[in-house]
Design a protein around this ligand. Structure first.
Ligand code: NAG
Ligand code: NAG
Ligand code: NAG
Length: 286
C-alpha cells in the first residue's frame, strides 16, 4: 500500500513537473510545440504559422534577437548605469526540452530575488523585479555579425508584467565562479527535468555593469511578445569549455533563434563617463 502510494505520488510529481516545464518553455500561456531547426515545419521561420497566439513571431516588426551593428548604435545621454541588486535565493533548474531555465522559490511559492532600476530612453527611471534566468546555446544576439557560444537572459518584470531583459554574451575563457555552484545540479539536469539547486548566490551576476546596448524587442521564444526592453551588456563574461559543456549537455539541440530584421528600430548605447566602449573588446582583437 505504502509503495503504491509513493508511486502514485511519483507520477503526480512527474506530471506536475512536466506541466511546469511546458509553462516555462512558453514563458506565458500555453501553445503548440516549436523547434529550432531551420527548414522544418516547426522551425523558427514558421513559428508565426504554428498558432494564432504566435502571430507576432511571423509578422511582428520589433522582434528579437537582432544583430547589433556597433557603428549604427546611437549614444543616448538620457540613459544611465543599470543598477542591480540580487540576493541569494532558493532556486530550481528546469530542462524544458527547449531550454535550461532557473526559477526562484521559497516554501513552494515563486519569489523575485532582486531588482533593477533602468532608465528609459526618455530619462524616466523604472524598477523591475528579477524573475528568472535562462540560457541560449549558442548566443542569439550577434555583434557585428559575430555569434557567441552562449547567451544568458536575466528576465525582470514590473507590476504590469512589462519585461526588461539583461543579456550577457559569453566567450570561452576562464571559469565563471557563478557556474561552480551549479556543477553537480547541471549534471543531474541531463537525466532529471527538474533539479532543486538549493540556495544560489546571484551576486556575481550583478557586477558593475558599465556599458550596454538598449533596444525595444520581443521574447525570443513563442509567443514572441513585443515591448520587451533589451539591455545587452557591452562587456561579455567568460566561462570555461567544461562549464559551457554542462549547460549544453542536457539539451539535444541548439536553442538560438536567428537574428530578426531591425526594421525602423534604433539601437542605443550607454557608456559610463570616461570609459572607452568596452563592447569593442567583444569583437575586436585586443
Ligand atoms: C527550495 O526549492 C525546492 C524545490 O522547488 C523546494 O522543494 C524547497 O521547499 C525550497 N526550500 C525552501 C526553503 O523554500
Ligand atoms: C531603485 O530605486 C528605488 C527608488 O529610488 C530604490 O528604493 C531602490 O533601492 C532602487 N533599486 C536598485 C536595485 O537600485
Ligand atoms: C571625466 O573626466 C573629466 C575630465 O578629466 C572630469 O572632469 C570628470 O569629473 C570625469 N567624470 C567622472 C564621472 O569621472
Amino acid at each position: 500500500m505504502a509503495s503504491q502510494m509513493s508511486s502514485a505520488w511519483a507520477a503526480v510529481v512527474v506530471i506536475v513537473s512536466s506541466l511546469l516545464a511546458v509553462a516555462l518553455s512558453h514563458d506565458e500561456g500555453g501553445g503548440p510545440s516549436f523547434g529550432y531547426t531551420p527548414g522544418t515545419p516547426d522551425g523558427p521561420e514558421n513559428w508565426g504559422k504554428l498558432s494564432p497566439a504566435y502571430k507576432a513571431c511571423g509578422d511582428g516588426k520589433a522582434q528579437s534577437p537582432i544583430d547589433i551593428v556597433i557603428a549604427n548604435a546611437v549614444p543616448n545621454p538620457n540613459l544611465d548605469t543599470l543598477t542591480r541588486v540580487y540576493a541569494p535565493s532558493n532556486a530550481t533548474l528546469h530542462n524544458t526540452g527547449k531550454d535550461i531555465v532557473m526559477s526562484f522559490e521559497q516554501g513552494g511559492e515563486p519569489v523575485m530575488p532582486g531588482s533593477i532600476n533602468v532608465t528609459t530612453a526618455d530619462g524616466t527611471v523604472k524598477e523591475f523585479k528579477f524573475k528568472m534566468i535562462h540560457w541560449h546555446v549558442p548566443g542569439e544576439h550577434t555583434v557585428n555579425g559575430k555569434r557567441f557560444p552562449l547567451e544568458l537572459h536575466m528576465v525582470h518584470v514590473d507590476d504590469q508584467d512589462h519585461k526588461a531583459v539583461i543579456g550577457i554574451l559569453y566567450e570561452i575563457g576562464n571559469p565563471d565562479p557563478f557556474y561552480d555552484q551549479l556543477t553537480e545540479k547541471l549534471r543531474e539536469l541531463k537525466t532529471t527535468p527538474t533539479v532543486a539547486a538549493g540556495v544560489v548566490e546571484l551576486k556575481s551576476l550583478q557586477k558593475r555593469t558599465g556599458s550596454y546596448f538598449r533596444y525595444m524587442g520581443s521574447l525570443t521564444t513563442p509567443p514572441c511578445t513585443e515591448k520587451v526592453m533589451w539591455n545587452i551588456l557591452g562587456k561579455g563574461r567568460e566561462l570555461s569549455q567544461e562549464q559551457l559543456q554542462l549547460i549544453t549537455a542536457p539539451l539535444p539541440h541548439q536553442d538560438n533563434r536567428p537574428p530578426q530584421p531591425l526594421n525602423a528600430r534604433q539601437v542605443a548605447f550607454y557608456n559610463p563617463p570616461n570609459t572607452t566602449i568596452s563592447i569593442q573588446s567583444l569583437v575586436l582583437p585586443p
